[in-house]
Design a protein around this ligand. Structure first.
Ligand SMILES: Cc1cc2nc3c(=O)[nH]c(=O)nc-3n(C[C@H](O)[C@H](O)[C@H](O)COP(=O)(O)OP(=O)(O)OC[C@H]3O[C@@H](n4cnc5c(N)ncnc54)[C@H](O)[C@@H]3O)c2cc1C
Length: 477
C-alpha cells in the first residue's frame, strides 16, 4: 500500500511535533511554513552573539511523559533555570510569589488595610448576594476585591488586551489566575508552602541556546526521517471538494503552488484558514471567523554594555504610563544568551495588527521605551549599544465576551471537513502554552496513525478535550 501523505500547515511546536511523530512512523510528511525559520512564536532570533526569544519562553509541563520526550529530544541542552519575577505596583517592586517581608515593608500600610477590607467585603457580598461573573472584571473583583483589581489586575489586563476587562470573558481569568483567592496569599504569607498555587513553578526548563532549539531539534528529527519542511511558504488557499480538502494553495518564492494530501493538519490561525477556503463558507461562518481577533506583540530588543541590569527572569510593569508590559533579561534564562561582560533586554509591547505601535518605525519605539526605562531608573540607558524590534501578529487569541460562540461555530465548520485535523494555539484559538501545543501535535499524529477511526480528529478541537489536556499540565503563566 502507498504511504499516506500528510501536509502540515505551520511549523510551530504543534505542527512540528505532529510532523515529527508521523515522519518517524514512516509517513510522507510535508510542512509548509510562511517564515524563514521554524518554531512559530517559540523561535529564537540570533543577532551576532546575542539570542532573543519572541518574549522569553519557559518550558514547563505537568505531563510526565511529554516532559520525558522533550528531555530525551534535547539531551544535555536543557538547563534548569530559577524563576525570579517581580511586579511593579505603585512605584515599588514586589516579588512574585508574594513574600511577607517584601510585602509588609514595601507596600503602603493604608493600601494594605484597604485591600483587606475590600477583599472581605467582596467575599462576603459574593456569598450573600450570589454575585455572578459576567466578565474578567467581575471574576477578579469578586475574588480579590476592587483595590487589588484597580492597582494590578485591571490595569495589567487592559494594557495586555487593549480592551476593557468588562469586555473580556470571565473564562480567561478562571484559566489564567490560579491564585484562587487572597486566602491563598495569606496562608502562604504565614509560611504554609503546601498552599502554593500551581502557577508558581519556581524553576523551569530552558535550552541553553534559546527556546527555539526545541523546534530546531524537532526539525532535525523530521528531516532525518525523510520529512520535508518548506520555509517561506505562505498558505493562502484551501481548495475544498464538498467535505474534503482537495489541495492547499501556497505562495513560495514568488510563485503560486499547490499540494494535495490524504490528511491536512492545520496549526495556522483559524480565522485565516476559514478566510482562505474556496469555495467560501456560509456568510455566518466567514463573519464569525473574521471576528476572532488576536492581540499582537512587538518586542524591543536591546543590547547593553553592562554585565547585568537585573537578576529577574520577568519584570511585570502594569502601569499604563509605560509602553511595555514586561521586561526580560535573556542572560538570566541562559548565560549563553549574551557574551561575557554584556547583557541584553527584551521589552514586550502589546498592540493590534496594523495599529500605530505595530507599524511605528523602530526608532520611535526605541525613543519612547528609552524614556520609560529612564523613568524606571533600572540602569544607565546610555549603555544601550544597539536595538531592533521583532513582532508576533498572532500573540494572544482574544477571549472577548462572545468568543465561545465564535469558536463553537468555527469548530463546527472545521469538523465538517473530513481530512482536516486542526491543532495548536492559532489553529484552535486556544490560549495555551507550548507544551499543550506539542501534546496536541502528538494527539493529531496518533489520530492519523490510527486511521482516523477514533474520531479524535474532532474531539481534539473540542473544548473539553483541550481542557482535559490542560488539566494534567502546568497552569499557564
Ligand atoms: C509573548 C508570549 C510569551 C509566551 N511565553 C510562553 C512561555 O513562557 N511558555 C510557554 O509554554 N508558552 C508561552 N507562550 C505560548 C507559546 O508561544 C504558544 O503556546 C506556542 O507557540 C503555540 O505553538 P503553536 O505551534 O500552536 O503555534 P505557533 O507557535 O503560533 O505556530 C504557528 C505557525 O504557523 C505559521 N503560519 C501562520 N500562518 C501561516 C500561513 N498562512 N502559512 C504558513 N504558515 C503559517 C506561523 O508562522 C507559525 O510558525 C507565549 C506566547 C506569547 C505570545
Amino acid at each position: 500500500m502507498d504511504k499516506l501523505k500528510i501536509v502540515v500547515l505551520g511549523a510551530g511546536p504543534a505542527g512540528l511535533s505532529c510532523a515529527w511523530k508521523l515522519a518517524e512512523a514512516g509517513y510522507e510528511v510535508v510542512v509548509l511554513e510562511k517564515e524563514d525559520q521554524v518554531g512559530g512564536i517559540c523561535r529564537t532570533i540570533r543577532r551576532g552573539d546575542y539570542l532573543f526569544d519572541l518574549g522569553g519562553h519557559r518550558f514547563i509541563t505537568k505531563d510526565e511523559e511529554l516532559g520525558r520526550v522533550i528531555q530525551e529530544l534535547m539531551a544535555d541542552e536543557l538547563l534548569t533555570t530559577p524563576r525570579k519575577s517581580v511586579i511593579r505596583l505603585r512605584g515599588k517592586y514586589f516579588q512574585y510569589p508574594l513574600e511577607l517581608k517584601n510585602l509588609f515593608f514595601n507596600m503602603d500600610k493604608l493600601f494594605l488595610i484597604e485591600s483587606m477590607c475590600d477583599y472581605i467585603y467582596s467575599v462576603v457580598s459574593k456569598r450573600l448576594l450570589n454575585k455572578q461573573d459576567a466578565s474578567f472584571e467581575d471574576w477578579v473583583v469578586n475574588r480579590f476585591g476592587r483595590a487589588l483589581y484597580n492597582v494590578y489586575f485591571g490595569v495589567y489586563t487592559e494594557k495586555l488586551w487593549g480592551i476593557s476587562p468588562k469586555q473580556i470573558s470571565a473564562d480567561w481569568a478562571a484559566q489564567r489566575i490560579s491564585l484562587l483567592n487572597l486566602w491563598d496569599v495569606l496562608t502562604r504569607l504565614a509560611g504554609k508552602e503546601s498552599n502554593r498555587p500551581k502557577t508558581y513553578a519556581l524553576e523551569f526548563a530552558y535550552p541553553k541556546a534559546g527556546i527555539g532549539r526545541i523546534s530546531d531539534r524537532m526539525r532535525e528529527e523530521i528531516e532525518k526521517n525523510g520529512g520535508k519542511i518548506i520555509l517561506g511558504a505562505k498558505v493562502n488557499k484551501i481548495f475544498l471538494d464538498d467535505v474534503k480538502i482537495k489541495k492547499v494553495g501556497y505562495q513560495h518564492g514568488g510563485e503560486l503552488k499547490d499540494i494535495s494530501a490524504d490528511w491536512i493538519v492545520s496549526s495556522i490561525p483559524i480565522n485565516e484558514f476559514i478566510g482562505s477556503m474556496d469555495p467560501a463558507p456560509r456568510p455566518e461562518y466567514a463573519q464569525a471567523a473574521k471576528a476572532m481577533r488576536f492581540r499582537a506583540v512587538r518586542f524591543l530588543n536591546l543590547i547593553v554594555d553592562a554585565e547585568e541590569v537585573t537578576d529577574n527572569t520577568w519584570m511585570y510593569i502594569p502601569e499604563k504610563s509605560f509602553l511595555f508590559f514586561r521586561i526580560q533579561e535573556p542572560k538570566n534564562w541562559s548565560r549563553a544568551s549574551a557574551p561575557a561582560g554584556k547583557t541584553s533586554l527584551i521589552l514586550e509591547i502589546a498592540c493590534n495588527p496594523g495599529d500605530e505601535i505595530a507599524t511605528a518605525p523602530e526608532e520611535i519605539i526605541f525613543d519612547r521605551c528609552k524614556k520609560d526605562l529612564d523613568k524606571l531608573g533600572l540602569f544607565d540607558t546610555s549603555k544601550i549599544r544597539e536595538y531592533f524590534t521583532t513582532y508576533v501578529e498572532h500573540g494572544y487569541p482574544i477571549y472577548d465576551l462572545t468568543y465561545k460562540d465564535k469558536v463553537a461555530g468555527a469548530t463546527r465548520l472545521l469538523k465538517s471537513i473530513s481530512n482536516l485535523v486542526p491543532i495548536g494555539r492559532q489553529g484552535l484559538f486556544r490560549y495555551n502554552n507550548m507544551d499543550h501545543s506539542i501534546k496536541m501535535g502528538f494527539l493529531a499524529a496518533e489520530h492519523i496513525l490510527h486511521g482516523g477511526m477514533e474520531t479524535r480528529i474532532f474531539s481534539i478541537a473540542s473544548e473539553s478535550v483541550a481542557f482535559e489536556i490542560e488539566k494534567n499540565l502546568e497552569k499557564r503563566i
